[in-house]
Design a protein around this ligand. Sequence first.
Ligand code: KIV
Length: 272
Amino acid sequence: MSTAKKEYKRVTVKSLIEMKQNGEKISMLTAYDYSMAKIVDAANVDVILVGDSASNVMAGHETTLPITLDQMIYHATSVIRAVNRALVVVDIPFGSYQSDPKEALRSAIRIMKESGAHAIKIEGGIEIKESAKRILQAGIPVMGHLGLTPQSIYKFGTYTVRAKEETEAEKLKEDAKLLEKLGCFGIVLEKIPAKLAQEVAESVSIPVIGIGAGNGVDGQVLVVHDLLGMTHEFNPRFLRRYMNLYEEMGNAISQYVTDVKTKDFPNEEEQY
Ligand code: KIV
């Protein structure tokens, strides 16, 4: 397959659909702050996800449930200031959309208006149909999220692979078709069998981005802190670490401590 690709100065939801049509894989990574988003954007990542995984990665919570809408807007605002090229998608957090579609719309509007984000992501299929519809009617691009949906962790009980059984796999396929029909511009599939993910990707015209969903989908997403090895206790099979920043940063900081203690830092050149 050819690797020549069209240049996108600014990635839009339309560009992503075009990439799928052209067989170009889509790259997506999380970022939650200005400095990281600058690096991720400059590296030509197509989509930056301000994920509610910020709840785990940035705030140290065990789940994604505690993060608030205000906190998501804060993270998204910082990311937006850094980005020139990528499409910025923001997770609509737990508790800000489940009550009713009007609440969902209000939350989505706040994200778009206050942060300047380009799209929102929402977890669920048939359960969020009316909310997704309302948000889409307001002209806000919506990305779906199926499979392992971390906001429902207490319903699932574990973070293991989803949709291995027929009934759940069938529901997932129907949910994907529903999200496409509603007008979503893409779907994230998290931690499901690769064969099922490929089947879903081939059955819809919108891009399907996988995390732990194999290589037969239209793109991949990872949490940037995992990719860089800043987190070291999380070791799922799907994760490829490109660096071991946990160790490298630790070593650098230890060296700094030594240099201060031994009065090596600052030296003659490092002072006024
Ligand atoms: O919040 C997040 O980082 C996500 C990705 C894992 C897809 O939803």
